[in-house]
Design a protein around this ligand. Sequence first.
Ligand code: HEM
Length: 468
Amino acid sequence: MWTIAAAIILGLAMFVFFLFRVFEYSILARRKKLPPGSMGWPYIGETLQLYSGSTNSFFSLKQKRYGDVFKTHILGCPCVMIASPEAARFVLVSQAHLFKPTFPTSKQRIIGPQALFFHDGPYHAKLRKLVVSSFATEGIKSILSDIESLTIATLDSWDAKKINTFTEMKKFTFQVGILRIFGRQENIDMNELNEAYLSLENGYNSLAINIPGTKFNNAMKARRRLSKIVEKVVQSRRAKSQHRSDDSNFLDVLLASKEESGQQLSHEQVVDNIIGIIFASRDTTASVLTWIIKFLKSSPVLLESVTAEHESITLKKASSDDRLTWEDTKCMHLTTRVIQETLRVATVLSFTFREAVEDVEYKGYIIPKGWKVLPLFRNIHHSPDYFPDPQKFDPSRFEATPKANTFLPFGNGVHSCPGSELAKLEMLVFIHHLITKFRWELDESKTGVQYSPFQIPQEGLPIRVDRK
Ligand code: HEM
């Protein structure tokens, strides 16, 4: 009896809510011109349609039906999707001040609210400067040889084994990230760090319910463990009388900013930004590396040409043990195009999120204040208008520079990726050693795609690896 009554009340409440939303949107649509599109059911909107197939086909079908700017309602939020280079520039660059970054609460609290990508304005600019100085070209030249050592050790551990490419690549990119963050001299327990980060990332997509036993609660505990690890490193660094290592790593830069600017960074700010960098750098780079291994093996002629490019670099060395130089990495032209084409075809970050801070007019449409705005990088990368025969993996298309705002694997504007140079360097060095010393076989029964949440080959691309 009570169950029936509760069901009726719930049903009525949903109906009233539905009428309210229909009314609200129709008033909005009459007063202002909203972009075309459909808003689906109350609250759930079109979330079910989004997750019933692939995210990519949901967005492509919508774009075909409504054009480059359309509205929808997903994950409890009204959204405007934008899928043209001009609109992406409008949101990310020319009118970026009208759109603020936005993330789910659980992610913000787990990574830490002081991480730079949650902010705009002077705090963001200050932190961004510190990140750029550690991760752009001058900051990473000094760790080329360390990245190479990590690459060689990783590949040696793969020899004569069947491995899961994505899992292994995550270990590699994690190690590179930690190297750049803490420097080479720090005595850090990598297992402890890795374990704490794994528990933390388990909570990224959970609901922010902080009671014992929930994923979110476990992630918050892992955050405290990570915070203690960083605290220990900071203390030992200070104990060594303001010691600064020769590679001026990210932690040194954060701590130095404390001393030089007078505006001190708190311990939380340091920790949140360290966790933020691990979050932004590990899975992104690992998934692109995984796709490269798949694409190279699937195109034998290309694999041969890329191998030739790397063998010619090795041949110029006096000894086969000689290390790569910065100049060598600048001669890897074909490999660079393979990386660009992988970034385009795979587009591991299919879109990003912003929120309108006021009502914004774009091409006669109104994007209401508080609505989410999603620049759809994948739709732009897969448009035949900018990349003919877009499904074809063809690195030669990057012999010509792509048109402005059509190639955005690292975003654009004030929040564009400050780690793009490091990511490309890791990939070049890894491909060099893989391709010159090893051969690998794909599991032909696994040709699909899955989401982790980034798009990766099915089951993380299991491969068999053997030394040549
Ligand atoms: C292939 C690998 C990578 C891809 C595809 C990638 C992609 C992106 C994209 C698209 C954005 C912009 C997001 C937005 O506008 O909302 C971004 C931002 C960011 N990335 Fe990367 N990234 C990669 C690797 C890295 C690495 C290695 C680092 C290490 C430093 C890094 C650190 C960051 C940070 C800190 C931001 C936020 C910047 C800000 O808000 O000012 N990324 N990345």
